[in-house]
Structures are given as C-alpha cells and as structure tokens.
Design a protein around this ligand. Structure first.
Ligand SMILES: NC(=O)N[C@@H](O)C(=O)O
Ligand code: NI
Length: 172
C-alpha cells in the first residue's frame, strides 16, 4: 500500500560527533589522535582537523568573527543555505554550546534537517556545497571564529521549505 510518508516536523537533537557529522564536514576539537607536541614540548598541536576550501579563480580563504544573537525556541527551520564555492567553519569563542543544522542534498534541495548540539569545545567545518542553517547561537550573544571563502561568483544558495521544521529548546 503506498501512503504518503509523513515526517514529523519536530527535529531530534543529537550530540555532535565526528562520525555522525562525517558526511557534512569536520568536527574541530582537540582530538588526541591528531595531537603532536611542538615548540619544545610546550604546545600540543591538534593537527589538520579540517581543510578550508576556496574554489574558483581568484578565490581566497578569509577569517571572520560572527557575533550571533541567541535563537528563541521553539525555533522554526524555514530555510537552509549552502556555499558552492567554499567551505565554512564555525569555532565558538564565547565558551558556550551552539546548534548545528545540516541536511543531505536531495536532488538539488535539502532533505530533512539534522540537528546537532555542539559543545563549547567543538567547532564545525561545513564542506563546500553542504546544506546548513545559518548560525544558531544559544542563550546569549556569542562570538565565533568563522573561516570561509571570498572571491568572484555567488557563493550563497538558499532554499525555503514549503513547511517549517521545529526545533524545541535544547537541554544544553
Ligand atoms: N551569510 C553568512 O555569511 N553566514 C551564513 O553563511 C552562515 O552559515 O551563518
Ligand atoms: Ni553559511
């Protein structure tokens, strides 16, 4: 019997892990398996956690600070975006968790969003062309170091869902 499969609009929140996030990009955190001692043993280098991509002639990598207003909950996810010509990373500078919302590509549009709770010690790097929701700070105004791409071409594609998905207040 073929019935319309109805997806609940309420999105579950999962903890951010490298494995769970692998198809979307990288988790930027002090992973002991990446650590090498440098500077005469006075510094631990957690090496090559992610790769920044700047695609196209004349493109370059830039470093930014995003100061995000906290999101109010329950939150309606009405849209997603992606950057076809470059990666984009978010690393928290304010010492608090944040939400990461991504989706697989489904024939050129985002599928059902997947929501991850990132800890204050975790950042993410979205690979180029990965669907994601714009920055979602929690509780207070929060700063993030953002590494992404500048250069020619339109590096922002947006998609608006016909019906919103709902995220309830995270227990962070
Ligand atoms: N537009 C912009 O620079 N920010 C978004 O790309 C975002 O992911 O927050
Ligand atoms: Ni973005």
């Amino acid at each position: 019997m073929t019935g319309l499969m109805v997806t609940s609009p309420f999105l579950p929140i999962q903890l951010l892990t490298k494995t769970a996030f692998a198809s979307f990009g990288d988790v930027i955190e002090a992973d002991p398996s990446t650590m090498r001692l440098i500077n005469g043993g006075t510094t631990e280098r957690f090496h090559a956690l992610a790769t920044a991509e700047a695609l196209g002639e004349g493109a370059s990598i830039i470093l930014n600070i995003f100061r995000g207003q906290p999101r109010a909950f329950p939150y309606s996810v009405t849209m997603m975006e992606r950057h076809p010509f470059g990666s984009q990373s978010f690393s928290p500078l304010s010492g608090r968790p944040f939400l990461v919302v991504v989706a697989e590509d489904d024939g050129g549009k985002p599928g059902v969003p997947q929501v991850f709770l990132a800890g204050a010690h975790q950042g993410v790097n979205y690979r180029a062309n990965v669907w994601h929701h714009p920055l979602m700070s929690l509780k207070e105004i929060s700063d993030f170091l953002v590494v992404d791409r500048t250069g020619p071409g339109n590096n922002l594609e947006e998609y608006f869902y016909s019906e919103p998905f709902i995220i309830e207040e995270p227990k962070a």
